[in-house]
Design a protein around this ligand. Structure first.
Ligand code: PMP
Length: 354
């Protein structure tokens, strides 16, 4: 830390992204990326856009916004594209949280929420999940705080039905409820269908997982026009050019290639069922994941030990050190071939530790 660093930020406990080691070729099942490349259309559009990088990108994301509105059945002023959905979440902490509107989110959820809260100097409450990692909806009724709910949740993958999201929206009319749908395309009902019914609903989604564009950084916030206008105020006060032209073009290509998106999501869901079945046969205990990952623990094997043993053998999964979940690992759903390598290594590790 330099002696110039602002007092405001000195105590920040930063977010730790999943590791991206370069020492060897890993079977990478640790950061919930898609195992499939971006659609060919997305790649071709991005390459074309690269020819005009001497020009600033379109700050209004016009083509992308128009296509998105058409595909999702909303108006163009009901969506804002951002640099990954992390950007949309940060904007939401900036726009909708303050001392009078503290944030509230689960104790076990996306690790960036407390970081964004601290960055923006927003007080927050962590609401404990039930012992089986489900949300107790009653805990969110009438809390009078700006609520962040990952649906499905991370790293558990557990989803809340829309009827529960509606109860939370109805009981907190004076606050925005942000539903983070980073993993919604793998089998959860989206709250986007409710944006015309609730003016306090904001949904965030991403192209990072289901549309294979994690490195492109493209996310979005979807909600009533006044909420989107507020987010635009933040965007135009920080970085109007937050999505580069290649990413805008790739996003458009990905949206035009709906068939590829749907078929990849279907394959991931099939592979998830395959992995869950095989892990259960090996004695693992899992939450019911609706995401592109499983959250699993083995009664006879320490979570960190499994993570380290797999890493030694060239397979990366994500281990968290937080007390409540340290027995678990989060395993991204890869291709069938990747999952078979994972399973072969897990079998060996279990035999060695029997
Ligand atoms: N929300 C959740 C629950 C996530 O797990 C992630 C991925 N780290 C994000 C949001 C952000 O993803 P991105 O910025 O790539 O859209």
């Amino acid at each position: 830390m330099s002696r110039f660093f602002s007092e405001k930020y000195k105590a920040l406990d930063v977010y730790t992204p999943g590791e991206q080691p370069k020492d060897m070729q890993y079977v990478k099942l640790n950061t919930n990326e898609s195992p499939f490349p971006p659609s060919e259309k997305a790649q071709a559009y991005a390459a074309k856009a690269a020819e005009r990088l001497q020009l600033y990108c379109d700050p209004e994301n016009t083509a992308l916004t128009k296509k998105f509105a058409e595909v999702y059945g909303i108006l163009t002023d009901e969506v804002l594209f951002t640099n990954g959905s992390d950007d949309a979440l940060n904007f939401s902490f900036m726009a909708f949280c303050d001392d009078a509107h503290p944030a509230a989110f689960a104790d076990i959820t996306y690790g960036f929420y407390p970081v964004f809260a601290a960055l923006n100097r927003v007080p927050y409450e962590e609401i404990p999940l039930n012992s089986d990692f489900t949300i107790n909806v009653e805990d969110y009724l009438g809390v009078n705080k700006t609520i962040f709910i990952a649906n499905p949740n991370a790293p558990t993958g557990i989803a809340l039905p829309l009827s529960d999201i509606e109860r939370i929206l109805q009981s907190n009319p004076g606050n925005v409820v942000i539903v983070d749908e980073a993993y919604v395309d793998f089998g959860t009902e989206s709250a986007v269908s409710l944006i015309h019914k609730y003016d306090n609903l904001l949904v965030t989604q991403t192209f990072s997982k289901s549309r294979s564009l994690a490195g492109g950084r493209l996310g979005m916030a979807i909600g009533g026009a006044p909420l989107i206008q507020d987010l635009n105020t933040i965007k135009y006060s920080t970085n109007p050019y937050n999505i580069n032209s290649m990413t805008q073009a790739a996003g458009l290509g990905a949206l035009e290639d709906g068939e590829y998106f749907r078929s990849n999501c279907a394959t991931i869901m099939e592979n998830r069922a395959y992995l869950a079945e095989k892990l259960a046969e090996l004695g693992f205990v899992m939450t019911e994941s609706k995401s592109n990952f499983l959250f699993a623990k083995h009664p006879q094997l320490d979570g960190e030990k499994l993570y380290l043993e797999l890493k030694k053998r060239g397979v990366l999964v994500r281990h968290f050190t937080k007390e409540r979940i340290r027995d678990y690992n989060r395993i991204t759903i890869g291709t069938k071939e990747q999952l078979d390598i994972l399973l072969k290594n897990i079998r060996e590790i279990l035999e060695e530790n029997a």
